[in-house]
Design a protein around this ligand. Structure first.
Ligand code: SF4
Length: 292
């Protein structure tokens, strides 16, 4: 049976699906048993009203029902992320960057950013670091963790027996919050779906969340650092299915943000314990000298 869709309804559906994509929602399911009507697609009926009523369905002219049945292809095409079936992670990240464009999705785009700081590093990395957001140096250079905190992060990575070029580094938000303020909840929620897609493309074995903002946004847990640190979490980016590309997700560890360690160097020993836990999991050799 040919199932065509009213062009206006098709456009409305496409807009709605795009809107969900912006929120990081990619999977859509068709509920069995719902009669194919425009109102059923637009909004669910009240709970007290049965979803299908056989009497009225039998009376419904077949032609009009067929005219409003959603075309599955509309959902199939629009619900897949452009990078989803791309095997090369570099190409996948390029597609995500193109999708991001000259982003104006949250208010950070008009609060003095010089450029979007997408992320940098090895697209095949086993280890990924996620910070909070770009600072002044990162905003100027277009690369995450390049200022003083970045220098300390480099030292931490070196102390693990690897190089900065071996890992991938990104942030929860990609535009600098004015005055280096903490990114606000709506900004994190708007931007982080792109980070989730980056993670899904890179498929790291371990993600290290640097600081409370990164940890809380990735884990959706509101807890102090003392409770978040010291253990691994099983992490799967939202909008990604475990069956996708045979990737079972990453282990996520939480440690202090390097900027915090610059302010309170006494906590470096604690951060080193977190990194040692990660090294053990990844089978990295203990270095001769710990990070300063
Ligand atoms: S922070 Fe993210 S969502 Fe907001 S404008 Fe920048 S790139 Fe877009």
């Amino acid at each position: 049976m040919s199932k065509t869709l009213n062009p206006e309804l098709r456009r409305a559906l496409a807009e709605r699906v795009r809107y969900y994509h912006e929120l990081g929602i990619y999977d859509f399911y068709r509920r069995e048993g719902i009669s194919a009507s425009a109102t059923a697609v637009e909004s669910d009926p009240p709970e007290s009203v049965p979803v299908t009523q056989p009497e009225s369905r039998e009376e419904m002219p077949r032609k009009s029902a067929a005219a409003v049945i959603p075309d599955h292809k509309t959902f199939e095409v629009l619900s897949s992320r452009p990078e989803q079936n791309v095997a090369d992670p570099a190409a996948g990240l390029k597609l995500i960057r193109e999708d991001l464009g000259d982003c104006t999705r949250c208010k950070l785009h008009q609060q003095g950013r010089k450029q979007i700081v997408f992320g940098v590093g090895n697209v095949h990395a086993d280890l990924m670091f996620v910070g909070e957001g770009p600072g002044a140096d990162e905003d100027a250079q277009g690369e995450p963790f390049v200022g003083r905190a970045g220098q300390l992060l480099n030292n931490m990575i070196k102390a693990m027996g690897i190089r900065r070029e071996d890992v991938y580094i990104a942030n929860i938000v990609k535009c600098r919050p004015p005055g280096n303020r903490t990114p606000e909840r709506d900004e994190c929620e708007t931007c982080s779906p792109f980070l989730m897609r980056q993670i899904a493309v890179i498929k790291p074995k371990v993600i290290v969340a640097l600081g409370a903002v990164a940890a809380k946004n990735l884990l959706a847990i509101n807890a102090p650092m003392s409770e978040l640190r010291g253990r691994f979490y099983d992490f799967m980016p939202s909008g990604v299915r475990a069956s996708e590309n045979a990737w079972q997700g990453a282990k996520l560890a939480v440690t202090y943000h390097p900027a915090f360690l610059l302010r309170d160097p006494r906590q470096k020993g604690e951060a080193w314990k977190d990194l040692q836990m990660v090294m053990k999991y990844l089978g990295l050799e203990p270095p001769k000298k710990a990070a300063e």
